[in-house]
Design a protein around this ligand. Sequence first.
Ligand code: AMP
Ligand code: MG
Length: 435
Amino acid sequence: MSKFERNMIKVEVAQEIISSHVKTLGAETVDILSALGRVVARSIFSNCDIPAFNNSAMDGYAVKAKDIQGATHSKPRLLKVIEDLPAGYVASKRIKRLEAIRIMTGAPMPQGADSVVMVENTEKIKNQKSKIKITNQKLKIANQTTKKFIEVYKQVIIGENIRKAGEDVKRGELVIKRGSLIRPQEIGMLAALGIRKVSVMRKPKVGIISTGDELVDLGSSLKPGKIRDSNRYSLLAQVSKCGAIGMNFGISKDARGEIKNKLKSALKANPDMLLVSGGISVGDYDFVKDALLELGMKALFWKVAMRPGKPIAFGTIKDTVIFGLPGNTVSSMIAFEEFVRPAILKMSGRNKLFLPEVTAVMEESFKKKKGLRYFVRVKIENKNLQLFVRLTGPQGSGILKSMVLADGIMVLPEEVEVVKPLDRVRVQLLSAQEV
Ligand code: AMP
Ligand code: MG
């Protein structure tokens, strides 16, 4: 092992060190309309039953099941309709033997009824003697003056077509666990519970500085030898995708003084986390490490045994968590996904910190160096309920297109040297939206 590699640590060790130095932030209250994508700070228990009352699951007739037992088309049962009950109202009458109440979906079950027969299994008749079928229009008029009757052609069992009080949510039940992400369905549930404001975790503030004499921002022309600063943009997007607030601190030249000043002014803005892109390697112009140490950073590690993204610095300056990320475009993004994202999610109080994973079958051969964990960009395909992966092309740490084409990151363990077609592999999913 070379001297350079000596103080490399394993990915999990780095993740544990990060986790033990990152604190969960406090809570704030927001209106449920602004709560999408936020994290629930306190578990939500129901203060009521949903639905609050037994109600009809169908448009039909509330009946006593016993009255229509054995009903068929050849042996219909005749019931007297004593009331018409739309959703939103309570029946004024109680059903007695051989009576029914016309009921709409969602209307509360009338007293005396124990089931609902679907309207499709009934027919209205004007009066029980003539059984003359008449049009709906005429029936409407007739109903205002005469009694209604229905014929029922199908029996029901007690409780049929009734939605029971509390069948969705029971009073006192845990409905949304602390640390859950609020999705549209959680917002609907909060509204159903009558909750207008919700306690959510504060969004972490994450500052980003790019370093490098070669970097040019958008809007300026590229001179020979210069490149676009893309990392700051991908990092700002990654930060906002995991629900944090990005603070853009621009570009610093590779000059000790300028880097230090930029860091100082960034720290003055009180970010919860600061990401410094580039300048943490062993190059002659890599001054970030010295600048951070001079500003009093408690350094926790500098290198992780992985590819891409070996040089990764982590430490704290007072309450601010600091990451020094590698300058190469892919290394920067991968280091974010494996270390920064879990740190942001921990700050945000999330329950699950790491990217979701699946197992897939590799379709190609791939060689790697022993001793390093590899994060290989892949395309995932579902063939007959089995997931397969292929590389997105060349895997160099500066080949940003390998990320653009990727929908997953294949994680290859340290001890592996070669992967062959049909080998099973672990794949982290890169979703379009945070989940
Ligand atoms: P460094 O980590 O500073 O040694 O940079 C490693 C490589 O990444 C160099 O080729 C840099 O030009 C490139 N690089 C550094 N910072 C950025 C950035 N912000 N955007 C795009 N490429 C970068
Ligand atoms: Mg550099």
